[in-house]
Design a protein around this ligand. Structure first.
Ligand code: FDA
Length: 300
């Protein structure tokens, strides 16, 4: 939960110059190049953590940019092989052209999924705002129905529809959800989102889905441990997931306890939108900004 002072500062974020946003959000992003991402994944792998690499690109506006993002995914998949990295990819359909042309997006997505399959890798389709939910689930189902088993999707516990959407889905990352949604579509209260997360997790486990439990919320991590424990779920049927730069110590302790743990590693030149979302979620954002300002003053 983001405290009031932090929320007030968060509202000012759009007025913050981009270089400042970039500096403040550096911990959440591997860097701008594939080399940066590969270096971060190597460091995570060395600590027993898996990775899912996201090529940042949701701000793209042209078909050639969407094709270029798909090309960067191919490069990343090839790099995982040459560097023997334990990593998958996460894709945002808007970065692959969803808002430009559905067929273009489908082609880009399928090419990444086919390439990943040939290399024994997995593709997770991130979930964006609710205007994309139907199209995202439809593309996921199309791929599964045409025999691609190396693909999974994301569901958001804040959406009221999620408890129905999860029916029959084979491989799901469950998260709270980060976009601003109207109250008729989404639970707004912190405890209601938590409660729906647990309900959806229980339903996913009960129907035998592979679940990726994506949260840093201690209450939900404990609830998830209870749910997978009660169901005697084998450790290869679920994993925890966290974002780069958030609660790395808690991630270490989950690894030490023998759970699979995957870190979301974004990289690329389109870093702005992602960075703003992460800063908005940092519960100590005001102190974080104040600390940054103070450090710069002291350096002068
Ligand atoms: P919450 O926001 O309550 O945070 C719990 C605690 O975690 C905080 O109290 C704090 O200690 C720490 N924390 C969280 N964010 C922090 C930050 N930025 N900086 C510092 N500390 C922080 N959403 C979506 O809509 N579609 C998607 O596809 C995905 N994909 C995804 C993948 C993975 C691997 C993760 C972990 C998350 C996502 N999300 C997402 C984002 C998700 O919906 C949610 O917005 C964030 O995970 C924050 O929610 P928490 O469950 O961590 O709880």
């Amino acid at each position: 939960m983001v405290p009031i002072l932090d929320r007030a500062i968060v509202k000012l974020l759009p007025a913050v110059p981009r270089p400042v946003v970039q500096r403040l959000s550096a911990r959440y992003i591997a860097g701008t190049t594939l080399d940066d991402a590969a270096r971060v994944v190597r460091r995570l792998n060395d600590k027993g953590k898996l990775a899912t690499v996201d090529v940042l690109g949701e701000e793209i506006t042209r078909a050639d940019e969407a094709r270029a993002i798909a090309g960067q995914y191919h490069d990343a998949l090839a790099r995982f092989d040459t560097d023997a990295l334990d990593a998958n990819v996460s894709v945002k359909l808007t970065a692959l052209g969803l808002e430009l042309d559905l067929d273009l997006c489908r082609q880009n997505l399928e090419s990444v999924v086919v390439d990943a399959a040939a290399r024994g890798r997995f593709v997770r389709i991130d979930m964006e705002d609710s205007s994309t939910t139907d199209r995202t689930l439809a593309l996921y189902r199309e791929l599964r129905q045409s025999g691609h088993e190396n693909v999974g999707v994301v569901l958001q516990a804040y959406l009221r529809r999620t408890i129905r959407d999860l029916d029959g889905l084979e491989n799901v990352r469950l998260c709270k959800g980060i976009y601003v949604e109207p109250p008729d579509l989404a639970y707004r209260e912190y405890e209601a989102v938590r409660a729906n997360f647990v309900l959806c997790l229980e339903a996913l486990v009960a129907q035998g889905s592979y679940v990726a439990i994506a949260t840093h919320d201690e209450h939900l991590i404990r609830e998830a441990l209870r749910v997978v424990g009660d169901a005697h779920l084998p450790r290869d049927r679920y994993e925890f997931q966290m974002l780069l730069g958030v609660r790395p110590d808690r991630a270490d302790s989950l690894v030490a306890a023998g759970h699979k743990l995957r870190v979301y590693v974004p990289y690329g030149t389109h870093w702005y939108e992602y960075s703003v979302r992460r800063l908005q979620e940092n519960p100590t954002f005001a102190r974080y900004v104040a600390g940054d300002v103070l450090r710069r003053v002291l350096r002068r």
